[in-house]
Write a protein that binds this ligand. Structure first.
Ligand SMILES: Cc1nc2ccc(C(=O)NCC(C)C)cc2n2c(-c3cc(OC(C)(C)C)ccc3Cl)nnc12
Ligand SMILES: [Mg+2]
Ligand SMILES: [Zn+2]
Length: 344
């Protein structure tokens, strides 16, 4: 028995064009976190539809709807790694394909575009709000399953996605021939595993070299590296939005990190500074993260697509604002009002 897609949900999806008068939905400035929570499934369908993927692959609306609703259900209400994060990552993937014209400029085939969007939607499914090193350190069930190969959480996110595809009435790749089907699953796995931070570090060097050279879209290695860059950009995309959005997201992330730190303390082990609410300075950590990880990535992308320069500029503005709050935090600490400074 599968989740019967209520006709009214399908109906709402069909006419969710601008019924909620959300304008600029397809602009880089738009923050997907402003979409009302209950409309996120129908705006997810809108993204697939706007990119011409429903038409091109003759996707059945009821299958796609059922799939999306099961994916939404597959996310836990973690402080950051929840369905809203998945929706916002997917929205940025939609913005990239549409605004950089990736399909028509032959940076992506229709197959790569469809699987890319599905990868964004599913890339953190069933996340528990704890990172890979926590799984291994605490010998969780997931660690026993996957720690020998690494990327513990990401392998679980992929496995969960496969479970949903195998549910009755949820297989959105049902019309693919066996060759396309195999290709889609290989791409899906590769894309989701690419969202492991450790994997990203390993690839940064090769990505730089590829971007510096000439991007060759007939070279499968170049294509893979390119899509990995896009996956990580989507995962970090909240940082390219206006200050109040990027600041709120960072605070959600540290809420989740500090909860993991509290959990580690209660288990008798001491958390790393980034996860220790007594020691971490969010402004310092954010300046470092934007400098070391977020900016290099978007600067790489901007060398291929000049339009991305405006996102690099926003990243630099947001980093400057963390610098400001850093100095304010510093003054309070120096004034011996650390307690109050933490409340800021
Ligand atoms: C605003 C923002 N600050 C962050 C600060 C620190 C870290 C962190 O894990 N530091 C560990 C050291 C070893 C580097 C992550 C942060 N972060 C992420 C994020 C990215 C992830 O992986 C990719 C996408 C591959 C980079 C995976 C998980 C997360 Cl939460 N998303 N937004 C953020
Ligand atoms: Mg992840
Ligand atoms: Zn994520």
């Amino acid at each position: 028995y599968h989740m019967k897609v209520e006709e009214d949900i399908v109906q709402e999806i069909l006419n969710c064009k601008d019924e909620h008068n959300i304008k600029d939905f397809n602009k880089f400035e738009f923050s997907p976190r402003c979409v009302p929570y209950k409309h996120m499934p129908c705006y997810t369908i809108k993204m697939f539809n706007d990119l011409g993927l429903i038409k091109h692959w003759k996707l059945k609306l009821s299958t796609l709807t059922r799939f999306i609703l099961y994916v939404k259900k597959g996310y836990r209400d973690a402080l950051y790694h929840n369905w809203i994060h998945a929706f916002s990552v997917t929205h940025f993937g939609y913005l990239l394909i549409q605004n950089l014209n990736l399909i028509n400029e032959n940076y992506m085939t229709h197959m790569e575009a469809l699987v890319f969007l599905v990868s964004c939607l599913c890339h953190d499914i069933d996340h528990r709000g704890t990172n890979n090193s926590f799984q291994t350190k605490s010998s969780t069930v997931l660690a026993s399953l996957y720690s020998s190969e690494g990327s513990v959480m990401e392998r679980h996110h992929f496995a969960q996605t496969m479970c949903i595809l195998n549910k009755e009435g949820c297989n959105i790749f049902e019309n693919f021939n066996s060759e396309e089907y195999g290709q889609a699953l290989d791409l899906l796995k590769d894309n989701i595993l690419a969202t492991d931070l450790a994997c990203h570090f390993r690839m940064m060097k090769k990505q730089e070299e590829m971007i510096r050279g000439k991007f060759d879209n007939t070279d499968s290695e170049h294509k893979r590296l390119f899509i990995h860059i896009l996956m990580t950009c989507c995962d970090l995309s909240d940082q390219t939005k206006q200050w109040k959005v990027s600041k709120k997201t960072a605070e959600e992330i540290y809420d989740e990190f500090f909860s993991q730190g509290d959990l580690e303390k209660s288990m008798g082990s001491s958390p790393i500074e980034m996860m220790d609410r007594e020691r971490a300075s969010i402004p310092d950590l954010q300046v470092q993260f934007i400098t070391d990880i977020v900016l290099p990535l978007f600067i790489n992308l901007s060398t291929l697509f000049p339009m991305v320069q405006s996102l690099v500029d926003v990243l630099k503005e947001n980093r400057a604002l963390w610098e400001v709050s850093k100095s304010i935090f510093q003054k309070y600490v120096e004034a011996g009002m650390k307690g109050i400074a933490i409340l800021l």
